[in-house]
Design a protein around this ligand. Structure first.
Ligand SMILES: Nc1ncnc2c1ncn2[C@@H]1O[C@H](COP(=O)(O)OP(=O)(O)OP(=O)(O)O)[C@@H](O)[C@H]1O
Ligand SMILES: [Mg+2]
Length: 242
């Protein structure tokens, strides 16, 4: 297991947001965190990164305890985070945003830059443009691209499909399939078509608790679980966009 959360509890100010979050992430797979609005999905990613550190429980990366480490130290272990607000510098060009992510300008970094431009060809033609001129989908690609340029072993991505047109969701699915050849991915995703198309495993969080984890193929057959926690009542495979 590349990542293990065990009975994690997180407070934001006095609010007890994560009450018992326990799940495992196998290396080389895409694990999707599912759950309703306000369930605690973003807080789970932020807890892993040390941005809202856990008050109790443990977060282990490759068997090493992350609790108590500051976010920069956690990032340095090879964990990338693409937050929902994307965190890109809008007054810099696409190229400058990508350059800032390069800790070293060695051969491996250049190979990763080429990988980013291969999976997101839209970025290549926009390298010298200011990032605020990009479309929403292109900004999302840039945000993911930045995290890929660093030599990360694990990538946490928060709701990348939010607000994207179906054609871009399809591109995103293809990109995630390429990314997982090199990097383990934990994806928070409310678009169930995307989640089920790219995820091998799922974790459902409800009201600050993990209620179930397992193989995506099993979740797709579990109508009761889909209905109760995700509000999916129709055939989950109908209306698929990816
Ligand atoms: N800064 C904060 N102060 C107080 N409560 C917060 C804060 N941030 C989050 N919360 C609360 O914590 C709970 C979990 O929030 P979180 O953002 O992790 O949910 P989420 O599953 O990512 O939801 P969404 O699907 O809407 O993104 C929510 O009830 C939210 O209102
Ligand atoms: Mg969220």
């Amino acid at each position: 297991m590349i990542l293990q959360l065990s009975h994690v509890q997180t407070f934001i100010e006095q609010f007890h947001i994560l009450q018992d979050v326990t799940f495992e992430v196998p290396e080389g797979e895409v694990t999707v965190i599912l759950g309703r609005n306000g369930a605690g999905k973003t807080t789970t990613l932020r807890t892993i990164m040390g941005l809202t550190p856990p008050a109790k429980g443990s977060v282990q990366f490759r068997g090493e305890q992350l609790n108590g480490l500051p976010p920069y130290a956690i990032a340095r272990k090879g964990i990338g985070f693409v937050p929902e607000d994307q965190g890109i510098f809008s007054d810099l060009t696409v190229e400058e945003n990508l350059s800032l992510a390069m800790r070293k300008k060695d051969g491996a970094t250049k190979t990763r830059l080429q990988f980013v431009l291969d999976i997101f060809p839209d970025l290549e033609s926009k390298l010298r443009q200011k990032s605020d001129s990009l479309s929403g989908g292109q900004k999302q690609m840039l945000a993911i691209g930045r995290a890929l340029i660093t030599d990360n072993h694990l990538l946490l991505i928060d709701e990348p499909s939010k607000g994207l047109a179906p054609i871009l969701v399809e591109k995103l699915a293809q990109a995630i399939r390429e990314i997982k050849k090199h990097t383990t991915v934990v994806l928070v995703e409310q678009n169930f078509a995307l989640a089920s198309a790219v995820g091998e495993r799922y974790v459902i969080i409800d009201d600050g608790h993990t209620v179930r984890e397992g193989k995506m193929s099993q979740l797709l057959q579990d109508r009761e679980l889909l209905g109760r926690y995700l509000g999916i009542t129709a055939n989950p495979k109908s209306g698929k966009v990816v």
